[in-house]
Design a protein around this ligand. Structure first.
Ligand SMILES: C[S@@+](CC[C@H](N)C(=O)[O-])C[C@H]1O[C@@H](n2cnc3c(N)ncnc32)[C@H](O)[C@@H]1O
Length: 270
């Protein structure tokens, strides 16, 4: 999640006028580029100091309360043996993944912002996922292990999310996994995921990019920017013969288009 306000985003959009599409390398970009990651307390709800629910009290988990509840619910059902987080920041989500998992690996450019104590079954890999992810997955594969759960929340660029998801999907360790992607409401992230044509991917048996819909920030450092949202990808070695549909959830209209339209109208009024 990045701190880019509406004015910054409008400047960025204008600046993009003649830039190349990273996929096609020609023509204008079909999405706004995100500003580089810059930590801000404004990219999460203000915590409650004595809320009954622990997930409303965490100061360092860069997700909405609804996203936190969904992650917690998925982890409670799954109870991963082996879990992975790409992009940890202050460690809010990592702490909860660790609470439900037997072993967790975290990849981040820096783990300095993690000041909370982490249990011994958390292993930190410091560096870019571009360099570290594939070898880490290969080491799991060599040991005959499967990754039960992965959260992709690191490099918030088109190429970055593509690279992380491609590495995960290409590896034999995700033969039967639950993969979450954060910030699926963001246009650049969404374009990166859509570019992978998950409908056609042999291993993706189900996916829903607005499992938890994201939001447009009303105020603070991120105001006017569309972020958040959790996408769910389920991988399996074979599809259930009884499931009548393709892997993409098509029962409901996806909130992504509606919220992006709302955002454009909002920015045009400002
Ligand atoms: C939005 S924060 C993660 C928030 C965290 N998952 C949470 O729920 O609180 C994004 C993190 O990704 C990290 N990051 C950015 N590019 C990365 C890369 N190429 N490899 C690994 N981590 C990266 C940043 O350093 C930052 O800590």
């Amino acid at each position: 999640m990045h701190a880019a306000g509406a004015a910054g985003l409008r400047r960025l959009t204008r600046a993009l006028g003649g830039r190349a599409d990273p996929a096609a390398e020609q023509g204008p970009l079909p999405f706004e580029l995100n500003a580089p990651y810059s930590p801000t307390p404004d990219n999460r709800p203000i915590p409650l100091d004595r809320g009954r629910l622990e997930l409303t009290r965490d100061t360092g988990w860069q997700m909405s309360f609804g996203e936190r509840a969904a992650v917690e619910g998925i982890l409670t059902q799954l109870r991963p043996e082996l879990a992975l987080e790409i992009g940890t920041a202050e460690g809010g989500c990592l702490e909860r993944i660790a609470a439900h998992s037997a072993e967790v690996h975290s990849i981040d450019l820096t783990h300095e912002p993690v000041t909370r104590p982490l249990p011994a079954h958390v292993v930190l890999h410091t560096g870019s996922s571009r360099a570290l992810l594939t070898p880490l997955l290969a080491s799991f594969a060599q040991a005959g292990r499967g990754v039960d759960f992965a959260l992709v929340d690191g490099d918030h660029s088109y190429d970055g999310v593509r690279a992380d998801l491609t590495a995960l999907l290409d590896s034999p360790v995700t033969a039967r996994s639950v993969l979450l992607v954060h910030d699926t409401m963001n246009a650049e992230i969404r374009a990166g995921i859509e570019s992978l044509q998950l409908e056609e991917h042999a291993k993706v048996v189900y996916y829903e990019l607005d499992l938890v819909p994201g939001y447009v920030y009303r105020d603070g450092a991120c105001h006017g920017a569309a972020w958040g949202g959790i996408g769910l990808l389920l991988t399996d070695t074979s599809r259930s013969p009884d499931y009548p549909l393709g892997p993409r959830q098509t029962r409901y209209y996806e909130p992504f288009a509606a919220l992006q339209r709302f955002r454009s109208e909002l920015l045009a009024r400002q």
